[in-house]
Design a protein around this ligand. Sequence first.
Ligand SMILES: [Zn+2]
Ligand SMILES: [Zn+2]
Length: 228
Amino acid sequence: MGGKLWPWPCLLRYRKTFLEVVELGSLASNRSKSVPVRDDLQEESEPDTRVDDLLRRVASRFAWQSEPGISSGSLGHPFLCRAPCIRAVHGTCMKGPRCDFCHLEHVHPKRKLRRQERERLETMRELLALLIFQWHLEQQVIKLQLEQQLRLVLVVVQRHVRGLRQAQMPTELELCRVMENLWILRGFSLGQLFNSLQHWPQVSATFKRELKFLVDSARQSMARPATV
Ligand SMILES: [Zn+2]
Ligand SMILES: [Zn+2]
Protein backbone atom coordinates (compact mmCIF):
# COMPACT_ATOMS: atom_id res chain seq x y z
CA MET A 1 0.00 0.00 0.00
CA GLY A 2 1.16 3.49 -0.79
CA GLY A 3 0.38 4.59 2.74
CA LYS A 4 3.27 2.54 4.03
CA LEU A 5 5.70 4.94 2.45
CA TRP A 6 5.42 7.07 5.56
CA PRO A 7 8.38 5.70 7.36
CA TRP A 8 8.28 5.14 11.07
CA PRO A 9 11.94 6.16 11.55
CA CYS A 10 10.93 9.54 10.23
CA LEU A 11 8.43 9.82 13.02
CA LEU A 12 11.07 8.94 15.56
CA ARG A 13 13.52 11.38 14.08
CA TYR A 14 10.91 14.07 14.13
CA ARG A 15 10.10 13.34 17.68
CA LYS A 16 13.69 13.68 18.67
CA THR A 17 14.39 16.99 17.02
CA PHE A 18 11.10 18.22 18.23
CA LEU A 19 11.70 17.19 21.76
CA GLU A 20 14.94 19.13 21.71
CA VAL A 21 13.15 22.25 20.58
CA VAL A 22 10.52 22.15 23.25
CA GLU A 23 12.42 20.43 26.03
CA LEU A 24 11.34 21.72 29.41
CA GLY A 25 14.75 23.16 30.21
CA SER A 26 14.81 25.36 27.16
CA LEU A 27 11.26 26.41 27.86
CA ALA A 28 12.37 27.86 31.13
CA SER A 29 15.36 29.67 29.70
CA ASN A 30 13.39 31.12 26.82
CA ARG A 31 10.57 32.19 28.98
CA SER A 32 11.64 35.77 29.37
CA LYS A 33 11.75 36.26 25.64
CA SER A 34 8.48 34.70 24.69
CA VAL A 35 6.25 34.77 27.72
CA PRO A 36 6.38 38.12 29.44
CA VAL A 37 6.30 37.54 33.15
CA ARG A 38 4.13 39.71 35.31
CA ASP A 39 5.88 41.94 37.80
CA ASP A 40 4.82 40.10 40.88
CA LEU A 41 6.28 36.93 39.45
CA GLN A 42 9.65 38.39 38.73
CA GLU A 43 10.53 38.41 42.38
CA GLU A 44 10.68 34.67 42.48
CA SER A 45 14.13 33.59 43.49
CA GLU A 46 14.26 30.54 41.25
CA PRO A 47 12.65 29.97 37.90
CA ASP A 48 10.12 27.23 38.19
CA THR A 49 10.32 24.86 35.27
CA ARG A 50 7.28 22.81 36.12
CA VAL A 51 4.73 22.70 33.39
CA ASP A 52 1.87 23.25 35.77
CA ASP A 53 3.32 26.54 36.88
CA LEU A 54 3.84 27.59 33.33
CA LEU A 55 0.22 26.78 32.72
CA ARG A 56 -0.82 29.08 35.52
CA ARG A 57 1.30 31.92 34.25
CA VAL A 58 0.06 31.54 30.73
CA ALA A 59 -3.50 31.38 31.94
CA SER A 60 -3.17 34.66 33.79
CA ARG A 61 -1.64 36.26 30.76
CA PHE A 62 -4.32 35.16 28.38
CA ALA A 63 -7.30 35.85 30.54
CA TRP A 64 -9.91 38.14 29.03
CA GLN A 65 -8.30 39.23 25.83
CA SER A 66 -11.10 39.30 23.37
CA GLU A 67 -11.55 40.77 19.96
CA PRO A 68 -14.71 42.68 19.24
CA GLY A 69 -16.52 41.91 16.02
CA ILE A 70 -15.79 38.22 15.70
CA SER A 71 -17.30 35.34 17.56
CA SER A 72 -15.39 33.63 20.31
CA GLY A 73 -15.37 30.53 18.11
CA SER A 74 -13.44 32.46 15.45
CA LEU A 75 -10.38 32.93 17.62
CA GLY A 76 -7.37 31.27 16.10
CA HIS A 77 -8.95 31.27 12.64
CA PRO A 78 -8.21 29.57 10.33
CA PHE A 79 -6.11 26.91 12.03
CA LEU A 80 -7.44 26.69 15.53
CA CYS A 81 -10.92 28.09 15.33
CA ARG A 82 -14.03 26.07 16.08
CA ALA A 83 -16.30 24.61 13.43
CA PRO A 84 -17.92 27.20 11.14
CA CYS A 85 -21.22 28.66 12.33
CA ILE A 86 -23.98 27.57 9.98
CA ARG A 87 -26.20 30.43 11.06
CA ALA A 88 -23.56 33.07 10.44
CA VAL A 89 -23.32 31.94 6.82
CA HIS A 90 -26.96 32.90 6.42
CA GLY A 91 -26.58 36.01 8.54
CA THR A 92 -28.92 34.68 11.20
CA CYS A 93 -26.59 34.02 14.10
CA MET A 94 -28.01 35.90 17.08
CA LYS A 95 -25.19 35.14 19.44
CA GLY A 96 -22.76 37.52 17.79
CA PRO A 97 -19.41 37.68 19.56
CA ARG A 98 -20.56 35.13 22.09
CA CYS A 99 -21.07 32.41 19.50
CA ASP A 100 -18.88 29.35 20.04
CA PHE A 101 -18.64 28.67 16.32
CA CYS A 102 -16.43 30.42 13.81
CA HIS A 103 -17.92 33.36 11.94
CA LEU A 104 -15.15 33.77 9.40
CA GLU A 105 -15.03 32.24 6.00
CA HIS A 106 -13.84 28.69 5.64
CA VAL A 107 -12.50 27.72 2.29
CA HIS A 108 -12.13 24.04 3.05
CA PRO A 109 -15.14 22.16 4.22
CA LYS A 110 -14.90 20.54 7.60
CA ARG A 111 -13.26 17.19 7.21
CA LYS A 112 -15.09 14.49 9.08
CA LEU A 113 -14.01 11.00 9.93
CA ARG A 114 -15.89 8.28 8.21
CA ARG A 115 -17.48 5.87 10.60
CA GLN A 116 -14.96 3.16 9.87
CA GLU A 117 -12.04 5.55 10.43
CA ARG A 118 -13.49 6.76 13.67
CA GLU A 119 -14.04 3.23 14.91
CA ARG A 120 -10.49 2.29 14.08
CA LEU A 121 -9.08 5.20 16.01
CA GLU A 122 -11.35 4.76 18.95
CA THR A 123 -10.56 1.09 19.40
CA MET A 124 -6.79 1.57 19.55
CA ARG A 125 -5.20 1.83 22.90
CA GLU A 126 -4.57 5.38 24.02
CA LEU A 127 -0.87 5.46 23.19
CA LEU A 128 -1.38 4.31 19.61
CA ALA A 129 -4.15 6.77 18.90
CA LEU A 130 -2.10 9.56 20.44
CA LEU A 131 0.97 8.68 18.40
CA ILE A 132 -1.10 9.23 15.29
CA PHE A 133 -2.49 12.43 16.74
CA GLN A 134 0.94 13.67 17.74
CA TRP A 135 2.42 12.99 14.34
CA HIS A 136 -0.20 15.12 12.62
CA LEU A 137 -0.05 17.77 15.30
CA GLU A 138 3.70 18.20 14.86
CA GLN A 139 3.43 18.23 11.08
CA GLN A 140 0.83 20.97 11.21
CA VAL A 141 2.69 23.01 13.78
CA ILE A 142 5.86 22.93 11.71
CA LYS A 143 4.02 23.68 8.51
CA LEU A 144 2.18 26.64 9.99
CA GLN A 145 5.14 27.82 12.04
CA LEU A 146 3.12 27.87 15.21
CA GLU A 147 5.86 26.47 17.42
CA GLN A 148 5.79 29.46 19.72
CA GLN A 149 2.03 29.69 20.09
CA LEU A 150 1.58 25.98 20.65
CA ARG A 151 4.70 25.24 22.61
CA LEU A 152 2.90 24.37 25.80
CA VAL A 153 0.42 22.22 23.93
CA LEU A 154 3.29 20.28 22.40
CA VAL A 155 5.07 19.88 25.71
CA VAL A 156 1.94 18.55 27.37
CA VAL A 157 1.17 16.14 24.53
CA GLN A 158 4.73 14.87 24.47
CA ARG A 159 4.84 14.47 28.21
CA HIS A 160 1.62 12.48 28.20
CA VAL A 161 2.72 10.27 25.32
CA ARG A 162 6.07 9.67 27.00
CA GLY A 163 4.28 8.60 30.16
CA LEU A 164 2.12 6.14 28.25
CA ARG A 165 5.15 4.77 26.44
CA GLN A 166 6.99 4.21 29.66
CA ALA A 167 4.00 2.49 31.20
CA GLN A 168 3.74 0.09 28.27
CA MET A 169 6.21 0.12 25.43
CA PRO A 170 4.53 -0.36 22.08
CA THR A 171 5.27 -3.64 20.35
CA GLU A 172 6.50 -3.85 16.76
CA LEU A 173 3.07 -4.92 15.76
CA GLU A 174 1.47 -1.95 17.42
CA LEU A 175 3.88 0.45 15.75
CA CYS A 176 2.97 -1.09 12.41
CA ARG A 177 -0.65 -0.52 13.24
CA VAL A 178 0.08 3.12 13.96
CA MET A 179 1.87 3.49 10.64
CA GLU A 180 -0.88 1.82 8.72
CA ASN A 181 -3.39 4.18 10.23
CA LEU A 182 -1.43 7.41 10.07
CA TRP A 183 -3.43 8.51 7.07
CA ILE A 184 -6.69 8.57 8.99
CA LEU A 185 -6.17 12.09 10.28
CA ARG A 186 -4.65 13.42 7.10
CA GLY A 187 -6.05 16.72 5.96
CA PHE A 188 -7.27 17.68 9.41
CA SER A 189 -6.67 21.24 10.48
CA LEU A 190 -5.24 21.80 13.94
CA GLY A 191 -8.66 22.75 15.28
CA GLN A 192 -10.15 19.60 13.81
CA LEU A 193 -7.38 17.47 15.32
CA PHE A 194 -8.01 18.88 18.75
CA ASN A 195 -11.77 18.53 18.44
CA SER A 196 -11.50 14.99 17.24
CA LEU A 197 -9.31 13.94 20.15
CA GLN A 198 -11.90 15.20 22.61
CA HIS A 199 -14.22 12.43 21.42
CA TRP A 200 -11.88 9.49 21.73
CA PRO A 201 -13.08 7.43 24.66
CA GLN A 202 -9.75 5.81 25.46
CA VAL A 203 -7.94 9.10 26.00
CA SER A 204 -7.67 10.14 29.63
CA ALA A 205 -10.20 12.75 30.68
CA THR A 206 -7.64 14.74 32.62
CA PHE A 207 -5.40 14.96 29.60
CA LYS A 208 -8.30 16.04 27.41
CA ARG A 209 -9.20 18.78 29.85
CA GLU A 210 -5.65 19.99 30.15
CA LEU A 211 -5.27 20.04 26.39
CA LYS A 212 -8.54 21.84 25.84
CA PHE A 213 -7.51 24.50 28.31
CA LEU A 214 -4.17 25.01 26.59
CA VAL A 215 -5.64 25.09 23.11
CA ASP A 216 -8.21 27.64 24.22
CA SER A 217 -5.42 29.74 25.71
CA ALA A 218 -3.49 29.53 22.46
CA ARG A 219 -6.56 30.53 20.47
CA GLN A 220 -7.06 33.52 22.71
CA SER A 221 -3.47 34.56 22.30
CA MET A 222 -3.57 34.63 18.54
CA ALA A 223 -3.87 37.99 16.92
CA ARG A 224 -7.09 38.94 15.25
CA PRO A 225 -7.42 36.42 12.47
CA ALA A 226 -6.90 37.58 8.93
CA THR A 227 -9.90 37.06 6.75
CA VAL A 228 -9.08 34.79 3.86
ZN1 LIG B 1 -12.52 29.78 11.31
ZN1 LIG C 1 -22.65 31.97 15.22
